[in-house]
Design a protein around this ligand. Structure first.
Ligand code: PNS
Length: 163
């Protein structure tokens, strides 16, 4: 079975992420969506909240839950991938601006474990500008991002921000 790890902060998951996940499922039999446990990044949602939102989103998308595992990790991503028996990391690319950061991470991960391969999928152009951070900022300032985040996420985002 070809399994890929799709790692990220997912604070919260956006429709950009879901477009990558959908495309990833064309390529891989199973995808493990791995939420980084990153208290240092001062996330808006706890890891458990992020996991719950991703699970609800996968259900809402109608994807086979057996093909999408949602988990959290801390420590090195390549070590986590090894524990999960996966040799592929899946990342999405939006604009050129993502490229340098992704290149750096992919090469660092290759340096740490050359058996692990990073695969990139281009984000759907409808969501090229969508980022979790921007969705949080816009919601906080009263803007509507309900078309940019999965259905189960929009009300939770507003509630979390006290709106
Ligand atoms: O959604 P993000 O915040 O861009 O995801 C970044 C993530 C989680 C993929 C990256 O920070 C990560 O893999 N962190 C785990 C620590 C690690 O392995 N660092 C060395 C590789 S660069």
């Amino acid at each position: 079975m070809t399994t890929a790890i799709y790692p990220g902060s997912f604070d919260p998951i956006t429709r950009g992420h879901t477009s990558i996940l959908k495309s990833g499922l064309v390529c891989f039999e199973k995808i493990v969506v791995a939420v980084l446990n990153n208290p240092g990044k001062n996330p808006l949602f706890t890891v458990d909240e992020r996991i719950e939102m991703i699970r609800e989103t996968v259900e809402d998308m109608g994807e086979d839950p057996a093909r999408v595992e949602v988990d959290s990790f801390d420590g090195l991503l390549v070590d986590y991938a090894k524990r999960k028996g996966a040799r592929t990391l899946l990342r999405g690319l939006r604009a050129v601006a993502d490229f340098e950061y992704e290149l750096q991470m992919a090469n660092m991960n290759r340096h740490l474990n050359e058996e692990v391969v990073t695969v990139f999928i281009m984000a759907n152009d409808a969501y090229f500008y969508v980022a979790s951070g921007l969705c949080k900022e816009v919601t906080k300032l009263g803007g509507d991002v309900s078309k940019l985040v999965p259905r189960p996420v929009a009300p939770k985002l507003r509630a979390k921000l006290g709106l």
